[in-house]
Design a protein around this ligand. Structure first.
Ligand code: ZN
Length: 435
């Protein structure tokens, strides 16, 4: 099935040959049995809450850090806020190491010998224990992945564009890089503005806040590079290989996202007018260039078109995410037993990508292009994990529930014939709901 699919390797000239990577099929049972790690949410709380307390206790020293020595407020600026946000959001499984480093720095500059010093020493010990525990649980998952790689029985072609997703800077959420560069741009712009508009003629004339912004930005960039590099090294130790996994958000270490309000460009027909939708005129490139916004007024994909289908016609398209638009929920996956090929799952925090293949080893049907894996992170409760639905511009869609719709119901169509444990509720003037 080497279709004209942009994702399929080697179909476009000059893109380089596809790379064959080992493929291991993971059964539902194996996927569900991936050992749980300490949830990312609690790890962040356990690292950053004590850190806030420690910093509050140390506030006198922090105040002295601010060259003006006036107050702690001198430290609060865009760059400092970006720094704090990026570190808390992006540190992931390495948060205990950052906590340990920060506490180490505090201990190094600590000059008092009283209760506070004892507290810093206690915090040091605490972060060492936390870091070791997190490292052990991460190592256990990586060992499992390595054993899966050794047991690989097939291969999968991955195109060179996709292997670029595993470059050295790709192991951090993009928001962290954006915050880091933004934190650096802010003092730089301020510097330019001050030089052009005021009497300031040297760096010494600038206020202290500027220097702290610059330091915060540089430290943040350094943290980003170190974290991303360390994660890259650790992922190379496991190796880049493919897994065929169950596409089920309620088990396993990886959540899924689905594109809602979206049409795959291969589904555009002569009749389709989705491309004319206002949202598709945006200059901003979409998260996935293979998708455009679906129009509610399209004669093929719009609300009226769907509501006029007979029940048997509706069943032919009922497993496609675009049908439900912004009413799409994880129910569409209930019972479907879909499979998905992912490449680049190399441990907690790794960001695997989906790769299409012509067939599925596991017997089930392969999930369509509308579905993709999320970064591997441990949720609070895997059984309650939701399908993340985003639109082509990457905005999260929060579906409204059927009760608040208020529109008259047309019919209810049981989707059991498609293997989906749900029914579609068609309503007048709106997209169908999944119930
Ligand atoms: Zn259309």
């Amino acid at each position: 099935m080497q279709t004209g699919n942009r994702e399929t390797a080697g179909t476009r000239a000059g893109e380089g040959a596809a790379k064959q990577v080992a493929l291991r099929q993971v059964t539902r049972e194996e996927w569900a049995a991936v050992p749980r790690a300490f949830p990312d949410f609690w790890l962040a709380i356990c690292v950053w809450l004590p850190m806030v307390i420690l910093l509050l206790v140390q506030h006198e020293q922090l105040g002295m850090l601010a060259a003006t020595g006036d107050s702690l407020w001198d430290l609060i600026s865009f760059s400092m806020v970006a720094f704090v946000m990026a570190v808390i959001v992006g540190s992931g499984r390495q948060a205990p190491w950052l906590g340990l480093t920060l506490t180490g720095a505090i201990a190094y500059w600590q000059f008092r010998h009283d209760g506070i010093q004892a507290m810093v020493m206690f915090a040091l010990a605490y972060y060492v224990v936390l870091a070791v525990l997190a490292a052990c649980s991460d190592a256990r998952f990586r060992a499992l992945l390595r054993s899966w790689r050794r047991e690989a029985t097939g291969t999968l072609a991955v195109d060179s564009q996709q292997t670029r997703s595993f470059g050295i800077t790709k192991y951090l959420p993009p928001i962290m890089w954006n915050l880091a560069w933004g934190a650096l741009a802010y003092p730089a712009l301020r510097l330019v503005w001050q030089y052009c508009s005021t009497e300031v003629r040297s760096v010494a004339d600038l206020d202290a806040g500027y220097r702290f912004d610059l330091i915060a930005a540089l430290v943040l960039l350094a943290i980003c590079f170190i974290l991303s590099t360390l994660r890259w090294i650790s992922s190379r130790a496991v190796g880049i290989f493919a897994l065929e996994i169950p596409a089920d958000v309620q088990i396993g270490p990886v959540g899924l996202r689905a594109l809602g309000e979206a049409i795959h460009i291969e589904q555009e027909t002569l009749k389709c007018s989705c491309r004319d939708a206002e949202k598709n005129g945006s200059k901003k490139e979409f998260a996935d260039p293979r998708f455009i916004f679906a129009s509610d007024f399209c004669p093929e994909h719009g609300i009226e078109a769907i509501n006029q289908l007979s029940q048997s016609e509706f069943l032919q398209i009922a497993d496609q995410p675009w049908v439900y638009g912004d009413h799409l929920t994880g129910r569409i996956l209930n019972g479907q037993q879909l499979r998905m090929n992912v490449v680049g799952l190399t441990g907690w925090g790794s960001r695997p990508v989906a790769v299409r293949s012509p067939w599925s080893y596991g017997g089930g049907q392969l999930a369509s292009e509308y579905y993709a894996p999320l970064a591997a992170r441990e949720p609070l409760n895997r059984a309650k994990r939701e399908l993340k639905v985003v639109d082509p511009a990457d905005n999260t869609i929060v579906p409204e529930t059927l009760d608040v719709a208020g529109a008259p119901e047309i019919d209810r169509i049981n989707l059991h014939a498609l293997g989906i444990n749900a029914e579609a509720v068609r309503v007048a003037g709106a997209r169908p709901f999944l119930a």
